[in-house]
Ligand binder design. Structure first.
Ligand code: SF4
Ligand code: FES
Length: 219
């Protein structure tokens, strides 16, 4: 190991890293699983869902591994009883927003992400009940993208991929809290927005709230 190489401890193991890497980047490179919901490797880290929280020695509360840069000598634990409980509770809160977990994988490549995590952590779907944000726009007549926001968990991946990858800014967010609604400018149909129907939003959605109408028709 070079004298000036940076190292940190990940789950008790010394691992090298380069300046600027996040804890999540380093974990991925070392095949250490950390659950995520708002993360997409193509997008800037957002840090909103907190699923990726890990414990760092000397820091009282868990930190989001996707937005926290590693520092030399840092000691990180990715799996503890407290973290696993936190992740399960978070998932139970998230699913209270989502009306349907069992969706066809044909909806999109990431469409099973939430349901897989729910199963992995044994999260209960009925633990939290209350107001739900996001209402489907099944009336949108475009032939390509299904907008089933009843399944939306407000991860904003669709909004970010549209802006960061396509530069279209066709998808936006209206209101806040339980009134949050993923929408378009002026809350119009996709055809009346800047959408080019590239399908990036469909492919990043972790719940199938956005889906490929064509694939579903063929199925
Ligand atoms: S529609 Fe899908 S990608 Fe967009 S915010 Fe909702 S869950 Fe996330
Ligand atoms: S994946 Fe890190 S906060 Fe969502």
């Amino acid at each position: 190991m070079a004298d000036n190489e940076l190292t940190m401890k990940l789950d008790g193991k010394d691992v090298p890293f380069t300046q600027g890497e996040t804890i999540f980047d380093i974990a991925q490179r070392n095949d250490v699983f950390i659950p995520t919901l708002c993360f997409d490797p193509r997008l800037k880290p957002f840090g909103s869902c907190r699923m990726c929280a890990v414990e760092v020695k000397g820091i009282k509360n868990p930190v989001a591994s996707c937005t926290t840069a590693a520092t030399a000598g840092m000691e990180v634990n990715t799996v503890t009883e407290v973290l696993e409980k936190h992740r399960k509770t978070l998932l139970e809160m998230v699913v209270s927003e989502n009306r349907e977990l069992e969706v066809s994988p044909l909806r999109g490549v990431a469409s099973q992400e939430l349901s897989i995590l729910v199963e992995k952590y044994g999260a209960k779907t009925g633990r939290f009940k209350g107001a739900q944000s996001g209402h489907s726009r099944l009336d949108d007549k475009n032939p390509f993208i299904l907008r089933d926001y009843d399944l939306c968990i407000s991860c904003y991946r669709c909004v970010r991929v549209c802006a960061e990858q396509e530069g279209d800014y066709a998808i936006s967010v209206m209101n806040r809290g339980f009134h949050t609604q993923i929408t378009t400018e002026f809350n119009l149909e996709l055809r009346s927005s800047a959408c080019t129907f590239c399908g990036q939003c469909v492919q990043t959605c972790p719940t199938g709230a956005l889906a490929d109408k064509k694939a579903l028709r063929h199925a």
